[in-house]
Design a binder for this molecule. Sequence first.
Ligand code: PRP
Length: 217
Amino acid sequence: MKYLTIALAKGRVAKKTMELLTKIGITCDEVNDKDTRKLIFENEEQGLRFFLAKADDVPTYVEYGAADIGIVGKDTLLENGRKLYEVIDLNMAACRMCVCGPESARAVLDSGRLIRVASKYPNIAREYFYNTRHQTAEIIKLHGSVELAPLVGLADVIVDIVETGSTLAANGLSVLEEIVPCTARMVVNQVSMKMEQERIRKMIENLKKVLTAETDS
Ligand code: PRP
């Protein structure tokens, strides 16, 4: 049996995904071992291979077929715009993509004037400001701790994910506008979907059953 390869976004998504997969009889204890430096984990019996990657890289592995399946946040999918099949909303790791900043930044937003926006998600930010808001924006790409940008005068606002809102609150910032809610999704390589149709469809079906049961309860 050919191994089916599953790429998981490192961290919270990977942990929650393994909990979900356990419910459909797919297990791989090693994935959750924090001390291991191994990158690939196998469940020989079930013909499954797992690897952990940076969230941003998961869509790339799946588009090129290095992984048949990927589990990653909608935020990352929107930002990367890869050619993939998005097959299930796993309804976990929920967050919101928002425009955030100090309350005083509302004036710049409302004025429609050129606005400076810092983000780890420049494509989402550009799309939102240019095509939804029709406001000219200078988009500044950052790699982390984006909340700093309006505090030190790098940008008027940020476009970032908000989960609990505690990072914003701790830094005197607020959600000014919501762009889109995001949850973890299962994505499938377009060729794998045809070649491994039966195994993948079965997995999707089983996951949907578990997810529906969870929503109903
Ligand atoms: C993310 C995001 C926010 C924070 C939101 O950052 O960019 O900063 O989490 O979560 P909260 O609403 O629960 O506070 P992450 O922790 O990934 O770190 P980074 O900014 O260094 O990328």
